[in-house]
Unconditional design. Sequence first.
Length: 450
Amino acid sequence: MPEKIVIVGGGFTGLAAALALARADPRPEITLLEAGAGLGGLAGGFPLCGTFLEKSYHYLLLGDTEALALARELGLGDQLIYRTGSVAIYDGTAMHPFTTALDLLRFRPLPLPDRLRLGLVMLRLQLMRDWRPLAGETAQAWLNRACGPRAMAVVWNPLLRGKFDRHWDRVSMAWLWARIHTRANSRQGGRERLVYFRGGFAALVDAMQKKLLDAGVTLRTGSPVARIETAPERRVRLQTGEALAFDRCLFTGPSDVFARLLPEEPALAAYRRQLGSVTYLGAICVILVTDQALGRHHWTNIHDPQAPFLVMIDHTALTGTDPYQGKHVYYLGCYCPQDSRWFSTDDAALLDEWLGYLGRIHPAFDRSRLGERHVFRFRNAQHVVDCGYEANIPSFRTPLAGVYLANFSQIFPYDRGTNFAIRDGLRLARLVLDDMATGPPGTHPTAERS
Ligand SMILES: Cc1cc2nc3c(=O)[nH]c(=O)nc-3n(C[C@H](O)[C@H](O)[C@H](O)COP(=O)(O)OP(=O)(O)OC[C@H]3O[C@@H](n4cnc5c(N)ncnc54)[C@H](O)[C@@H]3O)c2cc1C
């Protein structure tokens, strides 16, 4: 009898794990349960202008080797489009190009000595190979010392506050180092190269879905798992509306959600606390379709505390307008605490406020030329990586026999991303296959991650 395995979550971690398990010999019997209506998780798409677009902005970088290798392996090599990005900073009064070293030298909001100092610090961080000496210090403290208070006020504070809201001064410098490294490694000729899919990330999700269906994997969307427990005969029981039993369960949703699904047993209290110690932020993404061209930068960071959003992305500056029936497609986005008013404000009021601010950035912006507009809200979009974070990352194996956990909050020091989701989904599958080969559920220590 093949083992019965359930994967909870149809984002890239769950899809990659399912794909690797489906290739195993002997192949387990695999079911994937996804709460949402479609697959892809945070990178999931929806139909727009005759193609598919991610509900939140998504691109790959040149160093995203796992995702790029998987795309090629699934026959999507000729669907990958490589483009050069451009970045600007809007400081509440003016737009400042911020793509190249020359842009930094011309960046008027900072006095020249601070620009030079900032450039040298960026170079130093890029040359630094090891994040470990940075892990014990906050980004705020480290950057303040290295770049000085003016660069802090004009560049770093707005970025950190925009990304982490009230948690901005807790973030570890190791996280920022990793973020700078991944982006720097995607530069060619002094400019960032980004990778996207013809047909959006949906092209990759669809190719994975097809492989899974061909391999006989059961895929069920609209199936939120409400409870996970283990029975004495070592079977994992799930509740999704009906009771289901499996030999092993791979949970790939957020840690705080996982904690709520576990039994209230005292023996699990410390583990629940560990899971609950991750601070998650939400994200809001507005998508606008218009025949109006607004500016010339792909990515604009908004460094204005009055702004309701952190970033404006001209998606079609990267892809061109052809895939979208000749229309321009923009994202406006922010990260916010899960109790933020943006989760309770209705779409019309939110749009009114956000579009009002867009008119400040681009005075020519004309609401009457807007076509489709969409508001998407994500409760678990980003986690706060504070000092000492790595010591508290849970392993893939959990204290529940046969139950495993892999989600983006276990990625360190790099920021979450589809590439790492695929990497960890594959790693998790390897661990599960090793465990299957060496004993029944519950006979392995919990400590090892991969
Ligand atoms: C605004 C934003 C921009 C981003 N930009 C990029 C980018 O440019 N490039 C990039 O590579 N990455 C980007 N990311 C990160 C990327 O989206 C994630 O790292 C990646 O998609 C995580 O995949 P995952 O499978 O681990 O998690 P998720 O995508 O969160 O998938 C988990 C899935 O589990 C499901 N689930 C949860 N609980 C249950 C339950 N109880 N029962 C059933 N199903 C459940 C959820 O519905 C979800 O579909 C971005 C993220 C955000 C929010």
